[in-house]
Design a protein. Structure first.
Length: 366
């Protein structure tokens, strides 16, 4: 098993998912994250990496370590669930890692749905939770339908406005099919995601002109100008309303911070992130029955997949099919160590070394 990033093969080679997750988990454990929590965080980061969503994968590991080092991210949060009625709960995530908070909320929503038919968990005081479809996929794996929402730091100006007030506010949903596969829908309520803009900047690439506006409100292909400006909502006014819908549900039901007060995961000097999420699980057995619901999903999916493609070499696929194929390939062949992946691990270790030199944290593993 690989130990730390300095022992990784150079960029261009492939590493087994379990080995790469072990490296990330070890870094997180040394930063003070509990052993089991570190393993779960690492698995979710590698899930995103394996899905081809590398902007939400290991690229975030240095930010997590940086937040722990700065004290804006609690490595060992004290989660508190509040519930006054069956089927619902609110989770105070104690400014801990969003990936762990969302995972805890997902598992609680599944448990609530088993008894009440629907389980809904609103989360406050959380952090960046990575790729939203990972939690929808987990709900589908339990035989249920999942819906996952989150607000985010302000990057989107409301229609007609000049200042950002809403985040990219992602939406993910998962539906089980008859063959055990899943329809996984996952999208930001902006044309492009902020993480992909940062990735383009790091790689010296341009972004599509409809993704963002610069500080003067003009469309731009320059990712640096986009990061100083605002993201464009998906579908204009309708996209703004969709992002607002996510904001109202996540913040209103959790009692968390509005997007204008949420901090980005890269900013370790402005306080804790304060992200809010909403996770819902629907038990098909409480509706038409698991087979009936999956059968309807299958019928719709097959009907869409059977539509003749406009381009013969690009068949019509259901949402999530591309990412699922990427995960299958990664399980078979491993994950390619790109310069970006190696650099993320190296930066995480540099931040970790700073923590250990300062003696700021106890790194005794539990």
């Amino acid at each position: 098993m690989l130990a730390l990033s300095k022992n990784l093969p150079p960029p261009g080679q492939h590493v087994a998912l379990s080995d790469l997750a072990a490296v990330a988990a070890r870094i997180l454990q040394r930063a003070g994250v509990r052993c089991r929590d570190a393993e779960q965080m690492a698995d979710l980061l590698v899930y995103a990496q394996a899905s081809g969503i590398d902007s939400h994968g290991l690229a975030h590991l240095p930010h997590y370590i940086g937040g722990i080092a700065n004290g804006t991210l609690r490595p060992r949060p004290n989660y508190r669930f509040f519930s006054s009625r069956s089927g619902v709960a609110v989770l105070d995530a104690d400014d801990g890692p969003g990936v762990l908070a969302a995972l805890a909320a997902t598992d609680r929503a599944i448990a609530l749905a088993r008894s009440a038919g629907i389980g809904a968990v609103a989360v406050r005081k959380s952090g960046h939770f990575g790729v939203a479809s990972a939690y929808a996929d987990r709900i589908v794996s339990s035989g249920m339908i999942g819906l996952v929402l989150s607000n985010a730091s302000p990057t989107v100006a409301p229609r007609g406005g000049s200042k950002a007030a809403l985040g990219t506010n992602p939406v993910a949903a998962g539906f089980p099919r008859m063959d055990g596969a899943a329809v996984l829908i996952d999208f930001a309520t902006t044309v492009g995601s902020r993480a992909r803009v940062r990735k383009a900047e790091a790689q010296g690439e341009e972004i599509p002109v409809d993704w963002a506006l610069d500080e003067e409100g003009r469309p731009t292909r320059d990712p640096a100008a986009a990061l100083r400006g605002t993201m464009q909502a998906l579908g204009g006014a309708k996209g703004t309303s969709l992002g607002l819908l996510v904001e109202l549900l996540c913040v209103g039901l959790s009692g968390g911070l509005p997007g204008r007060d949420v901090r980005p995961p890269q900013d370790h000097h402005a306080g804790c992130a304060g992200v809010s999420h909403l996770v819902l699980a629907f038990d098909p057995e409480a509706f038409g029955g698991a087979e009936v619901v999956a059968g309807k999903v299958e019928d719709i999916a097959r009907g869409i997949e059977a539509i003749p493609p406009a381009d013969p070499v690009a068949p019509v696929r259901m949402p999530g099919a591309r990412a699922a194929a990427a995960r299958d390939a990664a399980r078979r062949d491993g994950i390619l160590i790109t310069p970006q992946v190696f650099e993320a691990l190296r930066r995480a270790e540099l931040k970790l070394a700073g923590i250990e030199r300062q003696g700021a944290l106890e790194t005794t593993q539990e």
